[in-house]
Design a protein. Structure first.
Length: 57
C-alpha cells in the first residue's frame, strides 16, 4: 500500500484495459451525438496511450 498522496502505478495490462474502456465510452458518446465530450475523452485516451506505451512526454 502506498502512502496517502504517493504515486500510484498500474501494469501495462491494466492501462490497456482502462484505455480500451475509455475508447468504448468515447465511441458511445460520438454515436449519441455528443461530439464535444467524445473529443475530450479521446484527448485523455491519447495522453494515456502516449504515457503508457512509449511517448516522450
Amino acid at each position: 500500500m502506498t502512502e496517502q498522496g504517493g504515486p500510484v502505478s498500474f501494469t501495462l495490462e491494466e492501462m490497456a484495459a482502462v484505455i480500451e474502456d475509455l475508447m468504448r465510452i468515447a465511441d458511445d458518446l460520438l454515436s449519441a451525438g455528443d461530439e464535444v465530450n467524445a473529443f475530450l475523452l479521446d484527448q485523455v485516451v491519447n495522453t494515456l496511450l502516449d504515457r503508457a506505451f512509449g511517448g516522450d512526454s
